[in-house]
Write a protein that binds this ligand. Structure first.
Ligand code: IPE
Ligand code: IPE
Ligand code: MG
Length: 239
């Protein structure tokens, strides 16, 4: 799809690895959790902006399966921000018609948080605008592992033959089943790695890294990424 104003191609699915909250706080002599509070604000503003650009799916990487390794104090602070965010999200994004879905292993969260997650999904379920996937306790390897287990169960239970398993069968068992693969993956904070984000789906995603730290990420920074995306030649292995 094209943006009529800019005449640029709009990626259908964008993934963002929201990195750099801790460094943002440290630069200001503040404790790391404050960086996450400001990061949550960027999360809201950028989501609204992106939904207005014609993007159909946005996946935001908020907490990885490896992030539990952090000091308990920081993990607790992130969960608290997340909880507050969910309370706001019950009404947030309504005007923008954004559908909210959580991807990741929800079983690690306490029952109250899980209830809130379910309610947020339920409330926004019928919305017709952009779909926002919030990746929380998400790991690409974990996701593939779950898919493999589900396929094994099908092999055992209903006669699916191992020889008949296709790549599509795997894709259909991922959290993102039915969604297009991300066209563009943006990472803030300057690192050039996926850190376990969408390992299966990212096979042909265009990767864009910026030194801007997540709390400083602005709509103009997103526009820059889209401009760069438009300069890429996507060949998918062809010529
Ligand atoms: C990203 O920011 C947020 C999470 C991973 C939860 P970081 O907290 O990783 O910030 P840096 O990379 O340490 O600056
Ligand atoms: C990636 O950031 C995870 C999220 C943004 C949620 P990390 O800060 O955890 O990644 P590494 O440790 O630098 O690879
Ligand atoms: Mg980081």
């Amino acid at each position: 799809m094209k943006n009529e104003k800019t005449d640029l191609k709009v990626p259908e699915h964008v993934g963002i690895i929201m990195d750099g909250n801790g460094r943002w706080a440290k630069k200001r002599g503040l404790p790391r959790p404050i960086g996450h509070t400001y990061g949550a604000q960027t999360f809201r503003n950028i989501t609204r902006y992106i939904s207005k650009q014609g993007v159909k799916f946005l996946t935001l990487y908020a907490f990885s399966t490896e992030n539990w390794k952090r000091p308990l104090e920081e993990v607790n602070a992130i969960m608290k921000i997340f909880r507050q965010y969910l309370v706001d999200a019950l009404t947030d994004f309504r005007d923008d018609d954004i559908k909210v879905v959580f991807i990741g292993d929800k079983s690690a969260f306490d029952p109250k948080l899980r209830e809130l997650i379910d309610e947020t999904e339920r409330i926004s379920e019928k919305r017709q605008g952009m779909q926002l996937n919030i990746a929380m306790n998400y790991g690409g390897r974990d996701e593939i592992l779950y898919a493999v287990k589900k396929l094994c169960k099908r092999v055992k239970g209903n006669g699916l033959s191992p020889d008949d398993i296709t790549g599509q069968n795997i894709a259909d068992e991922l959290y993102t089943a039915g969604q297009p693969d991300p066209d563009l993956i943006i990472r803030t904070g300057g690192e050039h790695r996926l850190s376990n984000f969408m390992l299966f789906q990212a096979a042909y995603s265009e990767f864009y890294s910026t030194d801007v730290l997540w709390p400083d990420f602005k709509p103009e920074d997103f526009d820059k990424a889209v401009l760069e995306f438009n300069k890429r030649s996507r060949r998918f292995g062809g010529v």
